[in-house]
Design a protein around this ligand. Structure first.
Ligand SMILES: NC(=O)c1ccc[n+]([C@@H]2O[C@H](COP(=O)([O-])OP(=O)(O)OC[C@H]3O[C@@H](n4cnc5c(N)ncnc54)[C@H](OP(=O)(O)O)[C@@H]3O)[C@@H](O)[C@H]2O)c1
Length: 332
């Protein structure tokens, strides 16, 4: 496993990281959650990403038990705040009160005194940016988080926050990014790089679509995420016939290059130096090991050209969301 520096921080994160979104919030059982997490340590993964809203605390609680059996300085722990934690309309967003309350609740569930990275899961237009920045600064000053990041902020929101915070506070940006979803390359990558902010990208396998296991016109494989009523998330753009057909065009390209589809897809996101880590999900320990193997794999220019040709016009390359829309977030 190789490691990259996280933005302007002194944190070194594994190129492949493990996330707990649909899987360890209740999608798979406790034994497999433990097996996947331990497989990550075995594979050299040191970076773990969760959120308060995943299973409304369940994912953090599961990892609080498992991770705390490892020395605290042997892993980099990231969580997030923003999603609704109860039916109370005030129990969500980025108000200073909510941030102060949620960091304490996350630390209790995670069984630790601090997280390495505390992230705004989305932007909150109802709170002045100054107040958001100040609330995160306070969390750092109190020693409850070492660094701060954000997820799916627009370039305008990122710039507004940097204008207030300076370039030092934020070290990471967490956008969706994969062969099928290339939109953040357009503006977010450059703006962040200019301000010492790394990308840590979510769903780099497009929730498993880029492994090639979903075939156009065929039933969804049993036991897979898209076959699960609990885990499947409506993402028409990564799970359309056009996307599945493009992925099948990639399969022989990976084979010819002597690599698996997960390796091709993960090495593809890691080809960009702006990306510090690809945050993968895994429902089985074998997947963790298969995905970890992508670290350090170089893709030649010819291979990248063949990938572009195979993808055709399928990838989403422009931010397509209406202001306020929230891609790929599940409040369970
Ligand atoms: N910031 C945000 O808003 C946001 C949003 C979403 C996710 N995230 C973060 O990103 C993390 C990863 O997201 P994701 O789970 O969608 O990532 P992903 O890596 O694109 O998809 C993971 C899923 O693909 C399948 N898979 C993974 N490796 C495989 C392999 N080698 N062979 C076959 N199938 C494989 C597994 O599903 P099955 O085995 O069940 O089919 C697995 O659960 C999350 O846990 C979370 O930490 C953040």
């Amino acid at each position: 496993m190789r490691y990259r520096k996280l933005g302007s921080s002194d944190l070194e994160v594994s190129e492949i990281s493990l996330g707990s979104w649909l899987t360890y919030s209740g999608g798979i059982d406790a034994d497999r959650t433990r097996a996947c997490t331990e497989a990550a340590f075995d594979a050299g993964i040191n970076f773990f990403d969760t959120a308060n809203v995943y299973g409304q605390g369940a994912a953090e609680t599961a990892w609080g038990e498992i991770l705390s059996a490892h020395p605290r300085d042997s892993y980099v722990l990231a969580t997030k705040v923003w999603g609704p934690m109860s039916d109370d309309p005030a129990d969500q967003g980025l108000s200073p009160t909510q941030i102060a309350k949620q960091i304490d609740a996350s630390l209790t569930r995670l069984n630790t005194d601090y997280v390495d990275l505390y992230q705004a899961h989305r932007f909150d237009p109802a709170v002045p940016v100054e107040d958001i920045v100040e609330a995160f600064q306070k969390v750092v000053e109190q020693g409850k988080a070492r660094c701060v990041g954000f997820s799916e902020w627009t370039p305008e929101q990122i710039q507004a926050a940097i204008d207030i915070a300076g370039a030092d506070l934020f070290v990471s940006s967490q956008p969706q990014y994969s062969m099928l979803w290339q939109a953040p390359e357009a503006q977010v990558f450059g703006l962040c790089a200019a301000n010492g902010i790394s990308q840590i990208v979510w769903s780099p396998l497009a929730q498993g679509v880029l492994t090639g296991k979903y075939k156009p016109g065929q039933p969804v494989p049993e036991g897979s995420r898209f076959a699960s009523a609990d885990m499947a998330v409506s993402q028409d753009l990564v799970y359309s016939d056009a996307a599945l057909e493009a992925v099948q065009r990639l399969v022989p390209i990976a084979e010819q290059a002597g690599m698996s589809m997960p390796t091709l897809a993960l090495a593809w996101v890691l080809r960009r130096s702006e990306v510090a880590s690809a945050i993968t999900g895994a429902s089985r320990p074998e997947q963790v090991h298969a995905n970890a193997a992508a670290s350090g794999v170089h893709l030649s220019d010819d291979l990248l050209t063949a990938v572009d040709q195979a993808l055709g016009d399928v990838p989403v390359t422009e931010p397509t969301l209406a202001p306020g829309a929230q891609p790929g977030i599940l409040h369970r």
